[in-house]
Ligand binder design. Structure first.
Ligand code: GLN
Length: 315
């Protein structure tokens, strides 16, 4: 078993959850009204081991938008479709040291990595570019459904519409990349941006996100269904970039103190991967100054204090 004494493990998770309930620091994302309106005290933790043991606590069946947590999934899809060599003609793999939506490209005129907005827009341009936009979205939604263990995923149309309405920066990033000829030939920029906003607006609950995280922990095979969604090679590359770039401008500090691949989103979603052991989803909408869930970060801190999950704890 990945976690031999699962009941004492879940007792510890419950303890951490309860200790964080009084935590009220941080602000809900307010760049669109639909996110600002989300009740801020909601909190869910779900763990799913690579051998299918599961535990949930809190608001684990309330839906939230994946937002930036779509980035590792979309990046993995591009690797499956084109291979790393082709994908990385269009996007780098170096942390940017800049904000997730900063108007900057690397020395080759490419987005720094797939975990920031510019790189995620690039991933969208590479996903099934020959299909029509409805089929491209269906393909991404179907991937999330498989990652969730088969449960259909939702879509928050209001979030999508307002993302599109308040997208000056993302449009600017798109035009900036097009100016540098970073996109594959024949990319329709507006369609690509809309596809990116749609991917951010996919709605899941923490149970589904934990299953997706567990799939990455399991090398690309969904523990609940034994469905292989990604090749192990794609997952290795994705986890490497989550380790170095997944937590916005806190990625270096997170790698140092927590030592696990993870990806956060402005909805307060956080997916943490403990390779060969489990995936964890934490959702709590109040964000710190870096844009990471306050309770999410605090949960990780307490988890690695109690358990030797830091990548280098095994030394
Ligand atoms: N939709 C948001 C954006 O593109 C997502 C960013 C995020 O989660 N950090 O600005």
């Amino acid at each position: 078993l990945a976690i031999p004494d699962f009941s004492s493990f879940t007792a510890d998770i419950t303890g951490i959850y309860e200790s964080l309930l009084p935590e009220r620091r941080g602000e809900v994302a307010d760049y669109i009204p639909q996110l600002k309106r989300v009740p801020p005290e909601q909190f869910a933790i779900v763990v799913c081991t690579v051998d299918g043991q599961r535990f949930s606590i809190g608001d684990s069946s309330v839906g939230f938008c994946v937002q930036s947590v779509c980035k590792p999934v979309n990046y993995s899809l591009t690797l499956e479709e084109h291979g790393a060599e082709v994908v990385h003609r269009h996007v780098g793999r170096e942390p940017s040291g800049r904000g997730f939506n900063e108007l900057s490209l690397n020395g080759d005129g490419l987005p720094h990595n797939p975990m920031i907005n510019s790189g995620a827009i690039m991933s969208c341009s590479l996903i099934k570019p020959d299909l029509d936009i409805a089929d491209r979205f269906d393909y991404v939604a179907a991937t999330w459904q498989r990652l969730s263990g088969g449960r259909p995923v939702g879509f928050n149309n209001a979030v999508y519409l307002s993302e599109r309405q308040t997208a000056d920066r993302n449009f600017a990033l798109g035009y900036f990349m097009r100016e540098h000829k970073a996109f594959p030939q024949d990319t329709d920029l507006v369609e690509t941006l809309e596809f990116y906003f749609q991917c951010c607006s996919i709605e899941l609950h923490a149970g589904a996100l934990a299953s997706a995280a567990a799939t990455l922990a399991n090398g690309g095979v969904v523990p609940l269904s034994n469905d292989r969604v990604f090749s192990t090679g794609s997952v290795q590359k994705c986890l490497s970039l989550m380790s170095s770039c997944g937590m916005y401008d806190y990625s270096g500090e997170f790698a140092f103190t927590i030592g696990l691949p993870a990806k956060s989103g402005v909805s307060g979603a956080l997916m943490v991967v403990i390779p060969k052991v489990m995936g964890i989803a934490i959702w709590s909408p109040r964000l710190d100054g870096h844009g990471n869930s306050v309770r999410g970060i605090e949960f990780c801190r307490q988890l690695v204090e109690k358990y030797n999950f830091h990548m280098y704890d095994s030394l």
